[in-house]
Ligand binder design. Sequence first.
Ligand code: NAD
Length: 322
Amino acid sequence: MPRILVLSSNELLELLDPRSLVEEVSEAFKKYSRGETVTPPRTVFHVEGNWWGIMQSYVPGMGVGVKVVNIIPSNRERGLPTIQALVSLYDPVTGSPLAIMEGGVLTALRTAAASALSVKLLAPEEEGPVAIIGTGYQARFQLRFITEYYKPSQVRIYDISREAMEKYKEYVEKELGLDVYMASDHRDCIRGAKIIVEASTTKDPVIYGDALEPPAHVISIGAHMPDARALDDEAIKKMDLIVVDSRKAVMEEAGDIIIPVKKGLIRLEEIKELGEIAENPPSERPALTLFKSVGLAIQDACAAHLAYKKALERNMGKWVEI
Ligand SMILES: NC(=O)c1ccc[n+]([C@@H]2O[C@H](COP(=O)([O-])OP(=O)(O)OC[C@H]3O[C@@H](n4cnc5c(N)ncnc54)[C@H](O)[C@@H]3O)[C@@H](O)[C@H]2O)c1
């Protein structure tokens, strides 16, 4: 009788430690940029007015991963997560299903791993103030992973929701033991910061070029619709190096890249992919850098594979006959 391994969100948190996930994600991005993965565009559809997506990828050596994900903003009032997902993993040769796992935590972990990889490769220094704009669910994972490669002397935070800011402050102080400054607005938040993370649901710019103080590395994981932007024109124009997860995906989904390219402010040919930078890191770190991501199915497949591998080694998870 065939059987699959089921992994819960708590088990994923235990299995996927930041350093090994960053290594795995780095290998997957390199394979993606070398054209070795099979990654069809994600299918997007709407159900009852809400966004649903199906993301699939084959990463050689890591398996075939398929994620079904939805974003249901009204779940906030129901006390349910706004992003829910399931990831399934398959053997690429036999096609047999191997595992199924909770996808919300997996998404947050793999997204944070990509951001941390960009810090490892591009951070201007090893220690300094870190700014977080948008202090919701992803922001916790982002900061936790970044601290593996960067020592925040202070964490400067800003969110339009005072409640979100206060909860995040408590988390950072208690769980990470770091000093937190609650900023009065977006500009105040990024003042003097050397690592700036945008993890918000904004549609309009929240990172202004006139407030950036190089050297600095900016990460933007939000604003992934063609008409949404997290950075204004000046911020984009000031960048010495722009790195994205996928040139193809950002040109379909990220207003932060689509709009400045259309306006002629930046050239797509000058934008690098994270996989290319991981393969050939710059000999000298540019003063002002941006990592913009929209999220790729290769990240889900590689994170699912690592979780499955580690769960087998540690005898974790629940086997279910199918
Ligand atoms: N790039 C990726 O791979 C990837 C993966 C997962 C999620 N995301 C994106 O990351 C973003 C954050 O997701 P989340 O799950 O943490 O959402 P969340 O709802 O938990 O948190 C978002 C926070 O942003 C705040 N916010 C909204 N507008 C703001 C503004 N103008 N200024 C400051 N704060 C503002 C909200 O108040 C909220 O606290 C979303 O856009 C999500 O789609 C990206």
